[in-house]
Design a protein around this ligand. Structure first.
Ligand SMILES: [Zn+2]
Length: 322
């Protein structure tokens, strides 16, 4: 079978799979679920033609996130016709990162790479093509080798309130869906704050929260100075943070000999009394600083240090640099 014929069969098969998947997969409505395309499947084929002797040799391999799998499993996992210009899940027009025709004169090979991704749901696919011309005078061969690789993000779903769900995914999801913050658990919110502060302050961050945390959930060191962070997860969208939490953190700062404390709360706001506690004149005299972050403050900070697009393709070694 020629390569062109094989491709047509391959396309027909994947069209069938797309249709069967679209008609059965209907779990995207679930409000308590994060959909991720971080895992991917790979199809690699290499085809060598010897022009002089008209001899062909080829092989194909299939992978799931780097582990070799059977062709059957690959076709089960693969959802798309990769020539599609719209997302197979939400029909958005795909954005294209084009690395076309990087021609290397040294080994007379040409390389092209095209990555398409959906900015709405992050589904993606990539095509890599490398054609090499070479000759072996000794054995009288004129070889053309074509290496074709196709990558495709595959769907995986996670429960939002599951501790096994990577915090990076929760962060990305909440960045786009602020109103879903009350679906996560208090300790997940602490982990989320630790993850965001690590990037925002570019410093060492230790999550120490738990029962008996002594009023400190996160311990940071910035310019050799300890910063104590207390995190409160309030699920009621209209919650107001009372003054006692500020007094508690001031106490922890004194006990830990720290001059800087931060309270992050998913409450809508801090009460007037808690705000005035935070700027008490005796604190100022003792050089103790207490910062208060409500839900909006925290999400604005998170937005500054969180990418909108998760880019699994950046972790793939393409051999040509991105
Ligand atoms: Zn999409």
């Amino acid at each position: 079978m020629s390569r062109r014929n094989r491709l047509i069969v391959f396309k027909a098969l994947t069209s069938y799979l797309v249709l069967s998947v679209l008609s059965t997969d209907d779990n995207t409505d679930d409000m308590n679920e994060i959909i991720s395309y971080k895992d991917y499947v790979t199809y690699e084929s290499s085809h060598t033609e010897d022009i002089l002797s008209i001899r062909d040799s080829s092989h194909s391999r299939y992978y799931y996130s780097g582990q070799e799998i059977s062709p059957l499993n690959y076709h089960r996992l693969k959802k798309a016709v990769t020539d599609s210009s719209t997302c197979i899940y939400c029909d958005e027009v795909l954005s294209i990162i084009d690395k076309k025709n990087s021609i290397r004169s040294l080994d007379t090979s040409s390389v092209s790479l095209e990555i398409r991704y959906c900015e709405k749901c992050n589904w993606w696919n990539a095509k890599y093509l490398k054609i090499t011309h070479g000759s072996e005078r000794l054995h009288n061969k004129e070889l053309i080798t074509t290496v074709r690789e196709e990558y495709e993000g595959i769907i995986k779903s996670y429960a939002i309130d599951d501790y096994a769900t990577p915090i990076e995914l929760i962060r990305h999801y909440l960045n786009a869906n602020h109103d879903k913050y009350n679906l996560i658990k208090p300790q997940q919110f602490e982990m989320l704050v630790a993850s965001v502060f690590k990037d925002f302050f570019s410093c060492e961050v230790r999550h120490v929260g738990g029962p008996g945390d002594n009023g400190v959930d996160i311990y940071m060191v910035l310019n050799n100075m300890p910063i104590l962070v207390q995190v409160k997860h309030r699920k009621d969208p209209k919650a107001v943070e009372a003054p006692s939490i500020v007094r508690e953190l001031i106490g922890s700062c004194v006990m830990e000999n720290s001059k800087h404390g931060i309270i992050v709360s998913s409450a809508d706001r801090f009460s007037a009394q808690s705000r005035s506690n935070a700027v008490n004149e005796n604190l100022v005299r003792n050089n103790i600083r207490i910062d208060l972050m409500n839900r909006q403050d925290f999400f604005s900070t998170m937005k500054l240090v969180t990418n909108n697009v998760v880019k699994p393709w950046e972790d793939i070694d393409w051999g040509i640099g991105l």
